[in-house]
Design a protein around this ligand. Structure first.
Ligand code: MN
Length: 210
C-alpha cells in the first residue's frame, strides 16, 4: 500500500488510518464512509479518467500536477486542478485526524507550536473564525512558509501549495463533511473537530518542513 501522495497514475484509494467509527461522536461513521469511500473516491476516479489519455503525465504525482498545472494542455487544466486538489486535500484531512484519546499528544509541544497565535486557545479562536468565513465550500488551513505559521482559507478544492506554502493542518468545511450529523451548524462541527486533531502528526509535518 502506498500513500496517495506518493502514487502516480492510476491513483488508488487507500484505507483510512483508523476505523470508520474511530472519530465518534465528533464525526460519525456514516459521514466517514461517504466522505472517504464516495467523495474522495470520486475525485480519484475523475482524475484517472481525465489523464488516462495523456501518458506523458502518468509519472506525475498529485503534487506534481498541483504545482505545475500550467504545463498541462489547457483542455484538462480545470478538471485536473479540481480533482487532484480534491485528492490532496482529503488525504491530508484524514491524516491529521485521530481518535480523541490518541489525538492530543504533548500539550507543551502544541502550545509551543502555536505560540504566535496565543497558544492553543488563541489558535482555536482564529481557526474557527477562518473556517466560519469560508463562503460556500472550501477549507481553513494552518500553513507554513519562510515567514512562519499562518492561517488561511481556500475555496472549492484549491490548495495552498501554489504559494509555496506547506500545509500542516486543515479543516474541510464542505457541507458533505458535516451535514449528516450537524445539519447547518458548521460552528458545532468546527468546535468538535478540535477534539480529534492529530497534533503529533501536525508537529511531525512542522519538523519535516523545517
Ligand atoms: Mn470533503
Amino acid at each position: 500500500m502506498m500513500n496517495l501522495s506518493k502514487q502516480t497514475y492510476p491513483f488508488q484509494n487507500q484505507p483510512l488510518p483508523y476505523a470508520y467509527d474511530a472519530l465518534e461522536p465528533y464525526i460519525d461513521q456514516k459521514t466517514m464512509h461517504l466522505h472517504h469511500d464516495r467523495h474522495l473516491q470520486t475525485y480519484i476516479d475523475n482524475l484517472n479518467k481525465t489523464i488516462a489519455g495523456y501518458p506523458q503525465f502518468h509519472s506525475w504525482t498529485i503534487e506534481d500536477f498541483l504545482r505545475n498545472i500550467s504545463f498541462l494542455p489547457i483542455s484538462i487544466q480545470v478538471p485536473v486542478w479540481r480533482n487532484a486538489g480534491g485528492v490532496y486535500n482529503h488525504e491530508l484531512f484524514f491524516q491529521v485526524l485521530a481518535p480523541a484519546d490518541t489525538a492530543t499528544g504533548s500539550f507543551a509541544k502544541v502550545e509551543e507550536l502555536l505560540k504566535d497565535f496565543g497558544g492553543l486557545e488563541g489558535f482555536q479562536e482564529q481557526m474557527t473564525d477562518a473556517a466560519l468565513s469560508v463562503f460556500g465550500s472550501g477549507y481553513a488551513w494552518l500553513v507554513m512558509d519562510e515567514n512562519g505559521l499562518s492561517i488561511m482559507t481556500t475555496a472549492n478544492q484549491d490548495t495552498p501549495l501554489a504559494g509555496n506554502r506547506y500545509p500542516l493542518l486543515l479543516i474541510d468545511v464542505w457541507e458533505h463533511a458535516y451535514y449528516l450529523k450537524y445539519y447547518n451548524m458548521r460552528v458545532e462541527y468546527i468546535k468538535n473537530w478540535f477534539s480529534i486533531i492529530h497534533w503529533p502528526e501536525v508537529i511531525r509535518r512542522y519538523h519535516r518542513y523545517r
